[in-house]
Design a protein around this ligand. Sequence first.
Ligand code: PLP
Length: 374
Amino acid sequence: MLQPPDTEPLDPPERTLMGPGPSEVHPRVLRIMSAPLIGHLDASFIEIMNEVQELLRYTFQTENRWTIPVSGTGSASMETAFANVVEPGDTVLVPTNGYFGGRMASMAQRAGGEVVHVDAPWGEPLDPDDVAAAFDRHDPEVFGFVHAETSTGVVQPQVPELTSIAHEHDAYVIADTVTSLGGVELRVDEWDVDVAYSGGQKCLSCPPGASPLTVNDRTMEKVLGRDTDVRSWYLDLSLLEGYWGEDRSYHHTAPITNVYALREALQLVAEEGLEARWGRHREMATRLKEGVEELGLELNPDDEFWLPSLNAVRIPDGIDDTRLLAEVQEQYNLEIASGLGDLEGEILRIGCMGYSARPQNVRLVLSALEDALA
Ligand code: PLP
């Protein structure tokens, strides 16, 4: 007989989360997570589902019927997008300017797509002329781009230009909005984005676990008209429609506590107002940016492409980022992160997301950096 391990009741450390996600969870969201469970087919839960969908439509700025939280982290809503929209043999155009374009390529390829690339260096957005040239060369059926690249701190401007190039070629556009939803201007319908997916743990300040997705009717026609089954049972939108559509019939047991959490986090977005919330993110990130500049540091991307929710700060010569991150964690209980991929060892990544985007957190980051660089 195996003996129980020698563990104690859980007592995780309290940290100030100013990294690339998760961000700090709002106290109201934490509180609702201790509410008792109700059944996932209970009439009260169905009412909550309807409200989550309404609040998500507001937050995405869309009237799409197909607007749901996918069970799982951001990668689950991302995979739902690619697994459903990409059919075997489809050509899928994805960017090379960051880590998450690479993940798009893997998911598209696993869905049976032929992956082609539009290039831009890490730290820069896509140039619409390059996207147009890639469309002329490859004529893809699907185009994915990352609106807010967490690995580089770059926001993709000119989204309506990108979507109009894609639509001139009858392609479907999938946007990664994991680090923009609820923190950075995003207008799904006005910008003509066909599919957008996100996560809870960034600008929505929710724990990861129920991840927003919106799909327009035109794209759902492609999905529901597929010749082959989606290669994932769990993420197949034609099956999920039974649960999130009119019927509300069993597909899988919804992560009830995560749905409560998302409902409360979205309620906070609605109470603050989307434009005010975008403004708060920009204001807090501006304080952070000005503060790091006063310390003699600089942001990696040009001001034009600066992503307020994720600030990529260049590491000065002679500074060891591993030591710096350990020091700020030990002395300030503060989480910030190092670079990934092409920018590993070159940047620090400082988030300014959701409930974490507050003056005291910005001040803490600046004091911690000042000490660590002294
Ligand atoms: N896309 C972007 C831009 C992200 O930043 C992340 C997570 O950091 C993901 C996708 C994947 O989300 P998750 O880690 O929640 O699965």
